[in-house]
Design a protein around this ligand. Structure first.
Ligand code: ADP
Length: 466
């Protein structure tokens, strides 16, 4: 099975979020199962130090009527596409003031460059494209590049449907596809050009990062206008959960922790809790339940509910340790909660990887009241670290946290529902036998990439054989 993964970011070279992690981890996990995998992404400025000095290979093509091209650098099985004007910039997609105005042309260049490269290398069995930046690839494989890739199948993965790559219709000539494709069944979306839609319509199979999110994006609430397209293709749409880096997130071998522990030898977790209480200036009291939160301070993560809950639960003997960076309004609210109850609430406005590990290890419970969550990683870390998750049952959270078994869940997006789930969790915490069982169920979950890679491989095989 020859697989080419094309993505706008591939960790560790380039990463702004979960997509980079997936494109970085999946190739190794697929290769371990016997697939031959290569990856392709742009050579952004911060990435240049990874590109070898070797003489690059030149590829020429045109964007509309304009001659264009890329230089190809190779490092192992990863190919970097270099284009000075488009990719030699500090940010991947924009600056703090907004997206780059020419993102449409930049990622068109990625799509065309990747297909020219794959044509030169020999067509793979499967091209696996990720998010709107590569949305035109499945379409090109069936149109402009039909002859070169007659036997190649395409998979398109949605990491977050809120970002679709919508551009003015004046970009249509650059695609080289002809106005005939500018219609509501293909590229057109409310008078504009929608690059994600191209992937959704043309890929042989679609995936997203959890079965729950696969269902939710077919509804008007979470489909962002593409729910109709997704419903039409629901037979080809699969939810495949992301794995986690089990070497980085391993409580039995985590250099950030005061003590190491595992499901079989859990004693070290108490030392981690005491160390976290000390670090956060909370009284060192082992019997008080400690609740953790780590995440972006944005609407998506349900910070409104978290702030509301801190206000309503002021009287309870519970410790809170909160770590997050993001929206100013949430920073202020969380800092205020910590000022009100310094003996109970410790709030850290920062991006701090070491503290994130220490919170997972030192917490008894971990909350994720997300408004929506395509997959979510923190609940998977929490399960592995024995920090019992209390989550809103949405997207990947609903798929991985099961009420009363390995965690606690709630449905309605309200402070009351959140408080109800937390209260049930605290009752369970008070019963050591029950608690040990819930913790053990979480700690034994297999969140490795191997299980997810197997699913992708089955999907590739079904396409190639079908
Ligand atoms: P999303 O990709 O939507 O932000 P995920 O739960 O999928 O949410 O992944 C977020 C990742 O970023 C996790 O690895 C989490 O630990 C990390 N993270 C988020 N905020 C912080 C922070 N303030 N400090 C350290 N790590 C953070």
């Amino acid at each position: 099975m020859k697989v080419a993964i094309v993505a706008p970011e591939v960790a560790p070279f380039s990463k702004t979020g979960g997509l980079g992690d997936v494109a970085g981890a999946l190739p190794g996990a697929l290769a371990a199962l016997g697939a031959e995998v290569l990856t392709i992404s742009p050579l952004y400025r911060p990435v240049q130090k990874h590109a070898p000095e070797s003489t690059p290979h030149q590829l020429q093509f045109s964007l509309g009527s304009l001659p264009s091209g890329v230089s190809v650098h190779r490092s192992g099985n990863h190919y970097f596409l270099e284009h000075r004007d488009y990719f030699d910039r500090d940010g991947l997609y924009g600056t703090s003031t907004g997206d780059f105005a020419d993102n449409g042309a930049r990622f068109l260049c990625l799509c065309r460059g990747a297909l020219e490269l794959l044509r030169a290398l020999g067509a793979p069995d499967v091209i696996h494209a990720h998010d709107w930046q590569t949305g035109l690839i499945p379409m090109y494989v069936k149109t402009l590049y039909r002859d070169a890739f007659a036997r190649t199948r395409t998979v398109f993965t949605i990491h977050n449907l809120a970002y679709q790559g919508v551009f003015g219709r004046e970009m249509m000539p650059l695609t080289g596809l002809g106005w005939i494709h500018f219609n509501w069944k293909e590229l057109e979306f409310h008078g504009n050009l929608n690059l994600m839609k191209a992937g959704l319509v043309y890929a042989d199979a679609l995936t997203t990062v959890s079965p729950g999110y696969a269902r939710e994006i077919q509804t008007p609430e979470q489909g962002y206008g593409l729910e109709g397209v997704l419903r039409e293709r629901s037979g080809a749409l699969h939810g495949i959960l992301n794995g986690i880096d089990t070497a980085e997130w391993d409580p039995s071998n985590d250099p950030h922790l005061a003590a190491r522990y595992s499901a079989g030898a859990p004693a070290g977790k108490a030392a981690c809790k005491a160390a976290l209480q000390r670090r956060c200036g909370l009284p060192e009291r082992p019997e008080v339940p400690l609740v953790g939160f780590v995440g972006r301070l944005s609407v998506q993560k349900g910070i409104d509910l978290l702030v509301g809950l801190l206000e309503s639960m002021g009287g309870e003997d519970v410790h809170w340790v909160i770590l997050g960076a993001g929206d100013e309004i949430y920073q202020k609210a969380l800092r205020a909660a910590a000022v009100r109850r310094p003996d109970r609430v410790s709030a850290h406005v920062a991006f701090d990887a070491a503290l994130a590990h220490q919170i997972e290890a030192g917490s008894d419970l971990f909350v994720m009241p997300s408004l929506y969550e395509p997959c979510g990683l923190n609940q998977l870390y929490s399960l592995r670290y024995g920090a019992v998750p209390v989550v809103r049952a949405t997207g990947g959270l609903a798929d991985t946290v099961h009420d009363g078994e390995n965690g606690f869940t709630f449905g309605p997006y309200t402070v009351e529902a959140f408080a109800g789930a937390l209260r049930r969790a605290l009752e369970a915490f008070a019963d050591r036998a029950v608690w040990r069982k819930v913790m053990a169920a979480g700690m034994s979950r297999d969140s490795s990439w191997e299980a997810s890679a197997r699913r992708y491989l089955w999907l590739y095989e079904s396409l190639v054989q079908g």
